[in-house]
Design a protein around this ligand. Structure first.
Ligand SMILES: C=CC1=C(C)c2cc3[nH]c(cc4nc(cc5[nH]c(cc1n2)c(C)c5CCC(=O)O)C(CCC(=O)O)=C4C)c(C)c3C=C
Ligand SMILES: [Fe+2]
Ligand SMILES: [Fe+2]
Length: 369
């Protein structure tokens, strides 16, 4: 085997740590073709749709990918910003802010983000990170509650890419943070800020993304973690049992999903004479189609149509400093035991010289061979 200059250089590099944020993904554009591409990848994931492929593929390709993309594209168009999809814009900011936060705390780590579906893809981003020769990788899926259809598939995708690497980093991932103090405090703070301005509502609706009910029966902890997050948030806000409710949104297909469903619940509240509801979405760290369109537009309409008079949507944590701080502390806890201190500049300069000399020698040896 030839001992190449590159391998000699690699082994002399300082050990690096990378942090990869993973979000669900979003179409490249609010247009039918782009939404179809995104939905094809998303809805072909057996972690997301747990129906045998022989049954599901004809439905997906014959019906859903012919009808849903144009409808969804219209919805995306209603929330798209000049910088792009809100989910993409918010996630990119979170990565930038986390990099800054870690740097300020004296941690040396590369921070990147990837999307499980669409772009930037997990394989593309991992290959970019590989250029920096990471010895350690922390994967942080941006979902407070664990679900097979979100967290597990993100971790699967990372592992599938790393399975192709010769030189793998040591790997860790954040499984969930549904009861994380920092995250709960940041979210409670955001809600309290809103209430300081305009008082508390008659009812706080905590709307989480739904999943099929059979995943709960099969042992997925998602439902329990949502209920626990809801209870802990209500405690922090000092709410009584009748002041709040947990609901599940975004039902897809004909099977039963986790209940109560958000939109029917909003209609019930309106009919029952509840005048003001506030809706918060504690399963989402970034505003996206599911919050800005489904809740802030459609949910509002449903509540007002059925007799409610005042509907307020509480924005996701997005790029709020309290959330970046919570995310940073969460990451640091998971980096524990890994040496991520920034090298002192003098030592780095000395090591840089030594590295340069070793690299020259290796290159010269390579040239002779
Ligand atoms: C088909 C089943 C689906 C499951 C299961 C599911 C779980 C799930 N999703 C999120 C978070 C998000 N979902 C988003 C969009 C979205 N979700 C589904 C379907 C399922 N989700 C579809 C078909 C779509 C696309 C939009 C549409 O056509 O309706 C998004 C928003 C993406 C954006 O671009 O803004 C997020 C975020 C979670 C947390 C979850 C399980 C816990
Ligand atoms: Fe979803
Ligand atoms: Fe939706």
């Amino acid at each position: 085997m030839r001992f190449t200059a590159a391998s000699a250089f690699d082994h002399a590099m300082p050990e690096r740590t990378a942090v990869l944020l993973v979000q669900l993904g979003t179409p490249d554009a609010p247009e039918t073709a782009a939404v179809r591409r995104y939905l094809r990848e998303f809805l072909s994931d057996p972690r997301v749709v747990e129906i045998p492929a022989l049954v599901w593929k004809p439905i997906l390709h014959g019906i859903i990918l012919r009808t849903r993309p144009s409808k969804s594209a219209h919805k995306y168009a209603s929330i798209w910003t000049p910088e792009g999809s809100p989910l993409m814009v918010n996630t990119a900011r979170q990565a930038t802010l986390l990099r800054g936060w870690l740097g300020k705390q004296g941690h040396e780590a590369d921070v990147a983000f990837a999307m499980r579906y669409g772009n930037p893809s997990i394989p593309d981003v991992l290959r970019q990170l590989r250029e920096r020769n990471p010895k350690r990788l922390l994967v942080l899926p941006l979902y407070p509650q664990y679900a097979g259809s979100t967290t597990a598939t993100a971790v699967d995708a990372v592992n599938a890419e790393l399975a192709r690497w010769r030189n793998q980093p040591e790997l860790r991932w954040v499984r969930d943070f549904h009861d994380d103090e920092g995250w709960l405090d940041a979210l409670a703070g955001r809600i309290r800020d809103q209430w300081e301005k305009d008082g508390p509502p008659d009812k706080l609706v905590m709307s989480f993304h739904g999943v099929p009910k059979r995943t709960l029966l099969a042992g997925d902890p998602y439902h329990c973690e949502c209920l626990a997050s809801g209870r802990l948030l209500a405690q922090r806000l000092g709410l009584g049992a009748s002041d709040w409710v947990v609901t599940f949104q975004s039902r897809f297909g004909r099977a039963e999903w986790l209940q109560p469903y958000t939109e029917p619940a909003l209609r019930e509240l309106g009919k029952a004479g509840v005048r003001r509801v506030d809706v918060v979405c504690p399963g989402f760290l970034s505003d996206c189609l599911e919050t800005l369109e489904e809740i802030a537009i459609e949910g509002k309409q449903a509540f007002l149509e059925s007799g409610g008079t005042d509907f307020r949507y509480i924005a996701c944590l997005n790029d709020s400093p309290a959330f970046v701080d919570a995310l940073g502390r969460l990451a640091v806890r998971h980096l524990s035991g890994w040496d991520t201190r920034r090298p002192d500049p003098e030592q780095a300069a000395r090591r840089g010289d030594a590295l340069a000399r070793r690299r020259e020698r290796a290159l010269a040896a390579g040239a002779k061979a």
